[in-house]
Design a protein around this ligand. Structure first.
Ligand code: HEM
Length: 280
């Protein structure tokens, strides 16, 4: 198992691995810096807990993105980053729980009773336990021991991500925008996995997938507001396609997710034009 994050399996320094490790660590340093300089607002511990949850979900999405990114760009070196990013997501989720416990003044009985009483906390805890299991079985020794079953077990990352997303949706109460944005990215990644292998690198197919993921995220947002709130869900749906509103207030979260995915497809097109990457 590669214990030093910035070296490859041969023990040589890898700039790519070092950069990804820095990416996983940077938000923690940023939160710490703001905590030390009174930059986290009136409730610093609560703010840090919220931000850690968002980073945990983002890095979970990034762990799911490693395979598509590596395959689409034709860069097998990227595929080897999956374990580090997955463990990074686990570390962020564990830190999120620690910060939540700190909010309860470290009273673990209180933490447990809250988890049992609040469904969104029980769902988050289930997601975290799933991640712990995946992390525990991510070593070379576990891969060897589990053989073919390893791949099947690690497909658990999909239900774990769905649980984490559901946890984020339920806790968002009135404004589900950040959760819709993350859902858009994750839906794009899941749709990619449903494509036949021969189509997974086709740029026109990827462009269609961006549109499908944007529509799916907007539909999810509409369904959430329609089923669970008294807000005018139809107007929220329509706001996604109101370009003047987007100009004045910024794009809606589903469209933002679509723009991120489209940006990646453009990057892949540029990568190909520059003759980089090979068929992975
Ligand atoms: C894989 C595991 C988890 C992930 C990815 C995750 C992610 C998130 C996200 C994205 C948010 C919303 C933050 C925001 O937009 O401001 C959130 C909020 C929150 N999470 Fe988690 N979470 C996880 C597990 C847990 C666990 C185990 C607990 C505690 C037992 C927990 C407690 C909370 C609380 C209290 C909030 C804020 C709720 C509120 O303000 O009313 N989470 N989490």
């Amino acid at each position: 198992m590669d214990l030093i994050p910035w070296t490859d399996r041969q023990g040589r320094f890898s700039a790519l691995r070092a950069a990804v490790f820095a990416l996983l660590l940077a938000p923690a340093l940023w939160i710490l810096w703001r905590a030390l300089t009174d930059g986290l607002g009136p409730e610093p511990r609560n703010q840090a807990m919220h931000e850690s949850g968002r980073w945990a979900l983002r890095f979970l999405a990034l762990a799911l993105a490693v395979t598509p990114i590596g395959r689409i760009l034709g860069e097998p070196r990227i595929l080897a980053l999956r374990r580090m990013v997955g463990l990074g997501a686990l570390a962020w989720a564990a830190g999120h729980l620690v910060l939540y416990a700190a909010l309860q003044n470290g009273n673990l009985v209180m933490v447990l009773s809250e988890i049992v009483q609040r469904i969104y906390l029980a769902i988050g805890t289930l997601a975290l336990l799933g991640l712990v299991w995946l992390g525990w079985t991510s070593t070379d020794a576990a891969m060897k021991r589990l053989g073919r079953g390893w791949k099947r077990l690690h497909r658990l990352v999909f239900p774990v991500t769905a649980l984490a997303l559901l946890h984020a949706f339920i806790q968002s109460k009135a404004d589900i925008s950040p959760s819709v944005f993350h859902a858009g990215l994750i839906l794009g990644l899941l749709l990619w996995r449903l494509l036949p292998a021969a189509r997974q690198r086709s740029l026109p197919v990827l462009a269609a997938l961006v549109v499908a993921a944007t529509l799916a995220a907007a539909a999810l947002e509409w369904a959430w507001y329609a089923a669970l709130t008294a807000l005018p869900a139809g107007r929220v749906w329509a706001a996604n396609w109101d370009w003047r509103g987007a100009w004045d207030f910024g794009p809606r979260p589903a469209v933002q997710a679509g723009l991120w995915l489209a940006g990646f497809v453009l990057l892949a097109a540029g990568w190909r034009l520059a003759g980089r990457g090979r068929r992975a």
